[in-house]
Design a protein around this ligand. Sequence first.
Ligand code: MN
Length: 237
Amino acid sequence: MLEISEMSRVKRFAANVAGRDFAVGDIHGHFTRLQDALDAAGFNCLVDRLFSVGDLIDRGPECHDALDWLDKAWFHPVRGNHDDYVVYFDTCDVDSWIDNGGSWFGGLSLLEKQVFAAQFAKLPIAIEVETAYGLIGIVHADCPFPSWQQLRKELESPESNRRLQELQHYCMWSRRRIDQQETHGVEGLRALVVGHTPLYMPVSLGNVIHIDTGGWRPDRGYFTLLDLETLETIPAS
Ligand SMILES: [Mn+2]
């Protein structure tokens, strides 16, 4: 059984003074398409960094490539709800996982499953990135509090394991903000970047930017790259 308590649940990155920082929405096993989007943006892996809102696997044909991408020094994902299935592959709700594109995992050997789980257990729940214009937060689905500092504090020192599970679940699964079109935003950040809910174009609600434009979808989907300094998107939206 994996123990994640010693892993860092919030990861902070200093400003990138050498190149650009981008965030991208849910990938879901479409790394070739992602690479095409990076090439189109002139992404330079020597100086640029790519942050991901998670959901690296399930649904698409290239889930196995996720481990290669995790090895890249410039690729930094948070943990999505699908990635969390991998971490807890031996105890999670396998039926709902398979219903949501997870059948590829069943084809792995036990050793391969354990390697995946160990790597995915290292994925933080939240990332924060310093930029010239303020701090950017990244979670897969949403921040459960009006303030980023409160989320960071509770993730780093939760009052109980049960509380931690609830918080992590909200960060990875909630669609409340986008469903309710809540515009109050999250204090303590210039912007919070999230994915999880596929949209036809990026949507800003207060300072919360939803960037999952369904790059993994068979039709009408594309990857949006959000520049974390300018908050402009490629393609422009
Ligand atoms: Mn998701």
